[in-house]
Design a protein around this ligand. Sequence first.
Ligand code: HEM
Length: 471
Amino acid sequence: RRPKNFPPGPPTLPIVGNLLQLNLHNPLEDFERLRKTYGNVYSLFLGPRPAVIISGLKTMKEAMVTKGADFAGRPQDLFNNDVLENKGVILADYGPRWREHRRFALMTLRNFGLGKKSMEERIHDEIQHTMKTLEQSIGKTMSPQVMFHNAASNIICQVLFGTRYEYDDMFIKEVVRCFTENAKIANGPWAMLYDSLPFIRQLPLPFRKAFENCMTCQDLVLRLVNEHKKTRVPGEPRDFVDCYLEELDKVFTCMKTDSSFAEDKLVLYAMDLHFAGTDTTSNTLLTGFLYLMKYPHIQERCQQEIDEVLGGKNQASFEDKNNMPYMQAVIHEIQRMSNTAPLSVFHSTTKDTELMGYSIPKGTIIIQNLTSVLNEEGQWKYPHEFNPGNFLNHQGEFVKPEAFMPFSAGPRMCLGEGLARMELFLIMVTLLRKFKFIWPEDAGEPDFTPVYGVTLSPQPYRMKVQLRSSQ
Ligand code: HEM
């Protein structure tokens, strides 16, 4: 039964709640259908657990920004908490541990170049490897999935572990495989059943695969952490892992009993950032190149602007974005349409609160329907089509509407936004400057139906690569 003044929703059944009304393989369309009936704030029962689904810019702003602290919790007893053993930062509940670890990640990423020149150099170093892969495919078709995943993974690996991996390295292959599999399992039907029906949790059902993948990654990352412990020089951190170990030294020497830093959290914490920094950026790139092949005139206009702005310059810098309004508009439009994290990461309320006049008790699961903001009618000139005009004014200048929210908003907003934006710009500009990407004639029409998961990815595809004639 819904509590008094709780957001409305469809009738529920005992035990399963509203599960039978959702397509567990991809509930996005159901969420949209229910929004049309019950409005921008409605509730569903995942088994016995109430969840409130919030949609539209106005609601999202009230919850995530105006009442940010009330809505900044994370549920602590769902499938993903068990897989990740409730460590790390992404799923940490709102409180001192989350705050300390988030601040530490932001500071460390900044010190290792986030938003600074040196990070640009690292991204460019990795792009050289991507270019080599593409050069080997000139005149042929190639599948870009693994290439983009490895590139994004290597960029974050350099920050975390101070190293990059060859694309056929066992470590990176295994980690990327586990990440991509878990990104699909984590929001999939078995995870939903695990969350809704606690009595099935110990059974040998397909969700076990996510636990195995997580263990595999933990072993690999633990090996790296142990190597770091042997080779590090205190006071001279080389990367994120060294910085965390420094922090642990401080805890030990100052006998800080209230610190949330602990050795057993480091491995899962590094995995958190590695996963968050890989699957998101690479899937956005994959969808982006699919659109650029579908609309060759948009690809050409980007290339024209890139040529004009960069001229004889050796390589693009992130600053160049300020002189490339069209390219900026295209990248933002790609992010809008990619809708990479459609349901964000589940939040929960930290206290009894209100949203759009409804009462929401403490501990309620909050599901952000980011899709509903990224294509909300009234917020966009062309909400349902790929059109860079969504980010350009009459003078052709770049403008960012408030409803551009792929990184969410408020206290839990993506902490890798700066890195992701830099990666997307430098990778797209550098590749488009050198290559032309063509949809193979024998491949039928590009399929934009995404594969559902925590992150949306396009269906696997191949692309034809040509050197640009002007280069
Ligand atoms: C296109 C790329 C990316 C997109 C679309 C994206 C999107 C998101 C979204 C929607 C959230 C959930 C925010 C919320 O709960 O309200 C999030 C959280 C997070 N992202 Fe990203 N992200 C991207 C890239 C990255 C990168 C490169 C990193 C690596 C450093 C990263 C690290 C994180 C972390 C650690 C969190 C959890 C923050 C917290 O709970 O306080 N993300 N991201």
